[in-house]
Design a binder for this molecule. Sequence first.
Ligand SMILES: *Cc1c(COP(=O)(O)O)cnc(C)c1O
Length: 455
Amino acid sequence: MRTIIEPFRIKSVEPIRMTTVDERRGLLKAAAWNLFGIASDDVMIDLLTDSGTSAMSAAQWGAVMRGDESYAGSPSFYRFERAVKNLMPFKHVIPTHQGRAAEAILFSIVGGAGHVIPSNTHFDTTRGNIEASGATAVDLVIAEAHDHQSLHPFKGNIDLARLAALLERSSAQIPLVMMTVTNNAGGGQPVSLANLRAAADLAHSYGKPFFIDGCRFAENAWFIKCREAGQDGRAVTDIVRDMFALADGMTMSAKKDAFANIGGWLAVNDDTLAAAARNRLILTEGFPTYGGLAGRDLDAIAVGLEEIVDEQYLRYRVRTNEYIGDKLLALGVPIVQPVGGHAVFVDARRLLPHIPPLQYPGQALAVSLYELGGIRSCEIGTVMFGQQPDGTERAAEMDLVRLAMPRRVYTQSHADYVVEVFEEIVASRAQTRGLRIVSQPPRLRHFTARFERLD
Ligand SMILES: *Cc1c(COP(=O)(O)O)cnc(C)c1O
């Protein structure tokens, strides 16, 4: 069959409040054309992020009721630990309230001034935690990652020659080597098993531990199964176990590939590192059998981890984004190819070439998507990255708009609707106007900047 159906039925629904173009124009004005200022009740299709927005299954909600809230030694913790170790056989599993808490604990121990942490691409919270410790975060993704038209199947791969050179040059400063799967900051592009293995071997040859930021491990494993030579006959769970068997530790946000609305963990093999991490955990998150979580959250994650490696789910998941991507390409909308695991990235600078980067074509497109269709997306471009520490601004490398797909939340008709809104945007693109910033904070301006539309 050609149609890949949603591999679930809907038991509990949340109504979408329908709004009109006129109503949304008023809401945009009140929010100063910043979509972070729009109440989610006023959004019809919310593609702002795939983080924490998953629909939990009936089995997960059932597990929530079973959650045991004992301070120490809760059975919920043991179910959580067993589910993690079933896929990721690390000796120590340390729950945290989300991924960045795991990063903060890890880098408070192995970071610090003078240290250098290489990765394919650090996610922004990872980079933030590394830099907050005084260390330097280095991104070494392959050159193809920067070429939107390159159809390389594993654009999340690390450049092994550059990693080898860095290890040779700065070995004494490097406490560990990290890899992000999939590469979120690089568009949700996967890393091959061969590249993970080679990076792990390189790290180990210099005596360095190898860590995986595993937030989208299941999507990455699915891409390995579909795209890597010799992997197509294998079970996704076996590929996942192979990926993590290469590593000495991992950080994780359960808000991504664990179908949970909150949660994360740090896992390591090293006993000394685990002891230091647990001491830190007790100060900042909580006792080691609950981290920053309720017992019910741990149970939701335990069930979510069983469901996320379901191959029918993963086929549907990756297809959802490809489906939108194919239709946008047919409309002539430039997107980052191949489509990543959790999102479609639209190249707004090429779609709206009459809007210069400093009039924010990405923001202009995101505003139009909301105005015309009630769709919330996220600018990833000059608004997000253009602000310089000295108060000036310059064009970001690219002006993209990310359509991130929450897991198991929207159906194919929602996807068709998104495409239809793009049809209208393409038809009226010459009239799309840029914006100017009327006020902004000194850092991370995309969250709170206020805009005005140019005439
Ligand atoms: C979301 C994310 C994180 C941080 O996780 P939070 O749960 O949001 O703190 C770290 N790395 C990657 C790749 C992510 O996508």
